[in-house]
Design a protein around this ligand. Structure first.
Ligand SMILES: C[S@@+](CC[C@H](N)C(=O)[O-])C[C@H]1O[C@@H](n2cnc3c(N)ncnc32)[C@H](O)[C@@H]1O
Length: 280
């Protein structure tokens, strides 16, 4: 059967299963099964799909119908051009987090000398690894509560050849174990506990510890705001990603005696999602 016909049928199956963007998901799965770039697949719809590729594709399609994130099926997620290995041990990095990493890079580029950053709640390691890949003078420490996630992040650091400048450690608080940082960057779990049961099946297949931010979703974010001043260099920045309607309130709770240049940033969808502030 041709790739074009398979894609049409698969998209209909995924749509019937309630999968969002069924056509795009089908394209990624077939491109992966054929080992060819997705855009080439689209340009060559008459490509014959041989049985081995067909079997691999069917397996992925079934998993997608069951609500598994595409990135878990493929085994990777693109993060600002970096291929990050992901599986059930870690959250799939989101596009908003690419924006957070961009804000952190913009800030760090304006500072001189050897630089250090903390990626708190590092998950797959996407933020810290991308920052290190962009900024040759930067050393990154990733702190993460889940031992399974730390292992995944370390694997990514090795695969990407960044292990000399990026290390990941297990931890659940912002303890003073090293020199202060130029930036603390975090995409903490920020979903209020009561909201979790109603999330889409795809999201629910990701680790709960990566989602659940406690009663109002801000448990980890508040801890970071409280402890970050003791872990930042003077003029260093705290950059956080939060959920809708959370950034303004958290920013207001950051004392002017400790912080300057306090502001929120909108994401590309216009949601006020990021908090930025510098230590006085
Ligand atoms: C929303 S995920 C972000 C993962 C990754 N940084 C990203 O952006 O894709 C939050 C991460 O924080 C970790 N985490 C949750 N509570 C934590 C805590 N108290 N201390 C450290 N890490 C925590 C979770 O295991 C998860 O990996």
């Amino acid at each position: 059967m041709t790739a074009g016909r398979i894609l049409t049928e698969a998209a209909a199956r995924l749509a019937a299963a309630g999968v969002e963007e069924p056509g795009l998901n089908a394209q990624w799965l077939l491109a992966d099964a054929l080992g060819m770039p997705r855009l080439r697949l689209l340009a060559e719809p008459d490509t014959q799909v041989l049985p081995a590729a067909r079997r691999k594709f069917e397996k992925g399609l079934l998993l997608k119908e069951q609500g598994l994130p595409l990135a878990y099926i493929l085994g990777w997620q693109d993060f600002r051009g970096l291929r990050i290995k992901v599986d059930g041990r870690v959250l799939v990095p989101r596009p908003e987090t690419e924006e957070l990493a961009g804000l952190a890079a913009d800030f760090l580029r304006g500072r001189k000398g050897p630089l250090s950053a903390l990626d708190y709640g590092s998950g797959s390691g996407a933020i810290g690894l991308w920052l290190a890949s962009e900024l040759p003078a930067l050393k990154v420490t990733g702190v993460e509560k889940s031992a399974r996630a730390v292992k995944c992040a370390c694997e990514n650091a090795l695969d990407l050849g960044l292990a000399e400048r990026v290390r990941f450690v297990k931890g659940a608080s912002l303890s003073a174990r090293s020199e202060p940082f130029d930036a603390i960057v975090s995409n903490p779990p920020y979903i209020p506990t009561r909201v979790i049961p109603g999330l889409a099946p795809e999201v629910l297949s990701e680790p709960r510890v990566a989602l659940d931010g406690g009663g109002d979703g801000l448990d980890v974010a508040r801890m970071l705001v409280r402890l970050a001043p003791s872990r930042l260099r003077k003029g260093g920045a705290l950059l956080l990603e939060l959920g809708e309607d959370q950034a303004g309130g958290l920013l207001a709770a950051m004392p002017a005696a400790l912080w300057r240049d306090k502001r929120t940033h909108k994401d590309l969808r216009g949601v006020e999602r990021f908090v930025f502030a510098r230590k006085k």
